[in-house]
Design a protein around this ligand. Structure first.
Ligand SMILES: [Zn+2]
Length: 253
């Protein structure tokens, strides 16, 4: 069964228990990394994933908490002897920022470094981003402060669908992208410009008729927060099951 691995579950300001939000999606034969914070190779190992099985990286937008882990990811995979190119997908500004980070650390000068191939995702609804043996990944632009995409990941063998909101206010494009999702990971930073509260995440889950809601990107102030309150707020708006994500938790879909 495909699963989402929560490598981090916190907002832009991490708490004692939550690193910045980033995810891995694992199928039978491929692993996708979605955003890249902290220490991705350590987190993959903590969750029993061989880091060399990483197929592609998708960055949803260029805010630092979503991309700052890329140089250490590249260094780690180079030390592990990776030879295959790494495909990196994201909005143009996001992939350009990742390329700049690699320039800052002179990655292009490392001997025999594998290639990094950048793909700009057009900001058009339901763009097919990539296809692996396991998954088809679609994106739509959402309502954040900068160019940012949400993702719909379809498991080809079972038809199961996982949707990740990335950072966004409630928006119709996300409802359309996520229609009928088996699993929705929605940010719940709070009711601020470019973000959503737990209740708004619940409203989105209800609107798209998602079968299950998991809240991520939690807390705007670095506090560990009140999980029962977040869950109650989401449940006021959504009739299905609601979970609060924790670092190193996994969700099948
Ligand atoms: Zn952001």
């Amino acid at each position: 069964m495909p699963e989402v691995l929560v490598l981090g579950s916190g907002g832009a300001l991490p708490s004692a228990k939550r690193d910045n939000t980033y995810l891995a999606v694992r199928g039978e034969s491929s692993v996708l990394l979605i955003d890249c914070a902290g220490s991705p190779i350590q987190r993959l190992r903590q969750m029993g994933v061989d880091p060399t099985s990483l197929r592609a990286l998708i960055v949803t937008h260029h805010h630092p908490d979503h991309i700052y882990g890329v140089p250490i990811l590249i260094l780690g995979m180079w030390l592990l002897g990776r030879q295959d190119d790494l495909e990196v997908y994201g909005p143009l500004k996001a992939v350009a920022s990742v390329a700049s980070l690699l320039e800052v650390v002179d990655a292009t000068d490392w001997p025999a470094l594998f290639g990094t191939v950048f793909h700009a995702i057009p900001l058009i609804e339901r763009t097919l981003v990539l296809e692996t043996e396991d998954f088809r990944v679609y994106s739509s632009p959402v309502a954040h402060m900068v160019a940012c995409v949400a993702l719909r990941i379809e498991h080809k063998a079972s038809g199961a669908v996982m949707v990740y909101s990335s950072d966004t206010e409630p928006c119709d494009a996300l409802v359309r992208l996520g229609a009928g999702a088996d699993l929705l990971l929605h940010e719940a930073t709070g009711n601020f410009q470019g973000h959503s509260s737990p209740r708004q995440a619940g409203e989105m889950a209800q609107a798209m008729n998602a079968k299950r809601l998991v809240l991520v990107h939690l807390s705007n102030n670095g506090a560990d927060g009140d999980e029962e309150l977040w869950q109650r707020e989401a449940r006021e708006a959504y009739a299905g099951p609601v979970s609060i994500a924790h670092d190193l938790e996994r969700f099948e879909f």
